[in-house]
Design a protein around this ligand. Sequence first.
Ligand code: PLZ
Length: 454
Amino acid sequence: MPQVRRLVTEVPGPRSRELAARRSAAVSAAVGSSTPFYAAAAGGGVVVDVDGNSYVDLGSGIAVTTVGNAAPQVVDAVVEQVQRFTHTCFMVTPYEAYVQVCELLAELTPGDHAKKSALFTSGAEAVENAVKVARAHTGRQAVVVFDHAYHGRTNLTMAMTAKNSPYKDGFGPFAPEVYRAPLSYPFREGRDADGRPVDGPAAARRAIDHVEKQVGAHRVAAVVVEPVQGEGGFIVPAPGFLPEIAAWARRSGIVLVADEVQTGFARTGRMFACEHEGVVPDLVTSAKGIAGGLPLSALTGRAEIMDAPVPGGLGGTYGGNPAACAAALGALRAVRDGDLLARAVAVGELLTTRLRRLAARDARVGDVRGRGAMVAAELVRPGTREPHPALAAAVAREAVRRGVVVLTCGTWGNVLRFLPPLTCPDALLEEAFDVLEAVFADLGEDVLPAGGAR
Ligand code: PLZ
């Protein structure tokens, strides 16, 4: 697939517009899409639409195609597998690829203790199962999550997710025994009651105090945390926050669950983002990048915790589907073949350099942050920290018209997030940022209607 940005029609082109019309009659209006074009093919760092336009992909289908879209190692492994068999159900007749993926996860996740895994299909399912396992292990019920958290759209994970609209609005009642603690959010951090800045350990103590007073540590089965918050705005907690939470969880007999669905599998320059601060969680969820685009998720953790539920207590018809497991083995090969951990660091440096350059001359870029190839720009009204979601939406909309796919996120929808496939060549990334700089320059403050966000 040629790694180029090339537009041959307006965006969306006629075929995409035709599909959009059919879609509006057939697909629930509750399912959204970020881009107005329809995919025909994708490879490496580009997506080609049904009109023949080729776009630079800075979103990887929300952090999934880390090893590149249609990575040859993934494609070959899946084709080989589906020609042999497509499904038996691991709960009916087991197969080696499932066992192999679990063996690899034991090696790759933080910590050198004995580990076991169970495989599922979606990220939300992995998170739900983390809670089930933690409750079975501790005999406790409460679950602690953080401000701005995103953990999924199922009933339990909706309760764990912070943002109301669109994730929760109208969908209650929510699962009980889920408690939310304050996070460390350096860009929006205030001062404590004595006027001192709140650093990472202080933010952790604030969260711990909140839980101890309002829930009781002895009632808490699990604390679930994204090492870098994804949908919530690519928020990197201040240094020391995660280690302090981890130490408290250990002291209190609470299972520490790192939700690495978005951060995991090479994205941040480490296999798992917890490693940046030397945190060893009891349980880790993975999904997204783990299988190069096929639906696979995993829960990995301390063997004695993972063995706590009754036999047969964990599972699902498709969990650890053989094609998805083969894809994961292929994706891991692609990480190793391409030295993608180092590549994630290099891509992160390129993205950060370009965003800092933009921030230096555009006061609407309030903060640039991230880890490895998971980088964001938080947009604000100039000279303030007031979120500017209309600008984020306008930039994303205009960028796609010029051949660059950029995703937004954040509790206020004012964050542009950058997480390209790691196989996207530097020259194409630079070109995409030239486009973005031009988009920022062309979008004046006044042309944006208030509430113009899509
Ligand atoms: N945990 C940390 O990032 C998925 C979903 C976007 P599923 N994030 C993208 C949307 O609008 O649905 C995610 C995540 C973290 C859990 C999940 C859930 O993973 O595979 O989407 O269920």
